[in-house]
Design a protein around this ligand. Structure first.
Ligand code: BG6
Length: 294
């Protein structure tokens, strides 16, 4: 399965009951990334708490989608053009291969790969998106968390690529959270239905599921206390999601009160705005998480 990759001192590959996990323990940060879904489940810059929220009720087995951390939605976001299953594509439900692990004074970089040849016959959704591809996900665990997904088209026809880096941030309390940086940006409101335009900072008083037609840097605060920033690159949309109480209770892998302590800020490429990659070409989506102290 995985190529033979030399691990630096600050990285261990551990076979857990939940599957193989790379554990990072470096002067600058600790972290964890599962080969299943190339899924980052933990990142704590030195001297700081874990910046990512992970559900204690998450599933981890083959075919499942881990709840929390950084799910990679690929090759489509949500239901694709309308009714595609599985939600958020098949990439987060498959094992990826370790391709590279390196360290320097600033942190640890891990690269994992998924190619069309790694997608088993019969994988749900593969018939919807039959292209030949290689995807590489690179993560640097340091004072900041830097995420980058590059997808290459190995087919002989144009290949639409959608998806998201669906980051779950751990926050003190959603009811005190404000998110700045999307003022004046129009959004699709998936709870109320229809379109609206953001007026001032985003605050949260109920289920929130919005696809903003804008991207760049957003800044988070807990009341007057800065929580840091999220910088999206290579995408034109930002998704902001919190399920609130009723939806959280209805999800089997989500604690009933878990919604208080999380928010998703996603670097997103909805399928109706998919990047069409020419044969032999690549596209890259990225996100950087900058904690308040960095
Ligand atoms: C968000 C979507 O990106 O992901 C929401 O906008 C969705 O509609 C949420 O509920 C979680 O999706 P899932 O498939 O991980 O439960």
């Amino acid at each position: 399965m995985s190529e033979t990759v030399q691990l630096p001192d600050s990285v261990d590959l551990v076979d857990e009951p939940n599957g193989p996990v790379l554990r990072i323990d470096h002067d600058r940060a600790t972290g964890e990334i599962h080969l299943h879904g190339a899924h980052v489940t933990s990142w704590a810059p030195s001297g700081s708490r874990d910046q990512l929220w992970l559900s204690p009720e998450s599933e981890f087995g083959p075919g499942s989608a881990i709840r929390g951390g950084v799910p990679i939605c690929f090759p489509w976001f949500a239901k694709g053009p309308g009714d595609w299953e599985p939600q958020h594509g098949f990439g987060r439900r498959l094992p990826w291969r370790l391709h590279h692990a390196g360290e320097d004074d600033h942190g640890v970089t891990i690269a994992l790969r998924l190619a069309s040849s790694d997608v088993p016959d019969g994988t749900e959704g593969r018939d919807r998106w039959p292209y030949e591809f290689t995807a590489q996900f690179s993560v640097t665990f340091g004072d900041t968390l830097t995420l980058s997904l590059t997808v290459a088209n190995c087919s002989d026809q144009p290949m639409p690529v959608g998806g998201a880096l669906h980051t779950y941030l751990a926050i003190p309390e959603i009811e005190r959270l404000s998110v700045r940086g999307l003022d004046g940006v129009s959004y699709q409101d998936k709870v109320a239905g229809g379109e609206d335009e953001q007026d001032g900072p985003i605050t949260f008083t109920g289920e929130t599921d919005r696809v903003y037609a804008g991207s760049g840097v957003v800044v988070l605060a807990d009341g007057d206390t800065s929580l840091g920033a999220v910088r999206n690159t290579g995408v034109r949309h930002t998704v902001v999601w919190n399920p609130w109480s009723a939806k959280a209770s209805a999800m089997p892998d989500f604690p009933d009160d878990g919604w208080h302590g999380m928010v998703c800020i996603e670097a997103a490429v909805p399928y109706d705005a998919a990047v069409v990659v020419a044969p032999g070409e690549k596209c890259t989506f990225g996100q950087q998480i900058v904690p308040a102290s960095a």
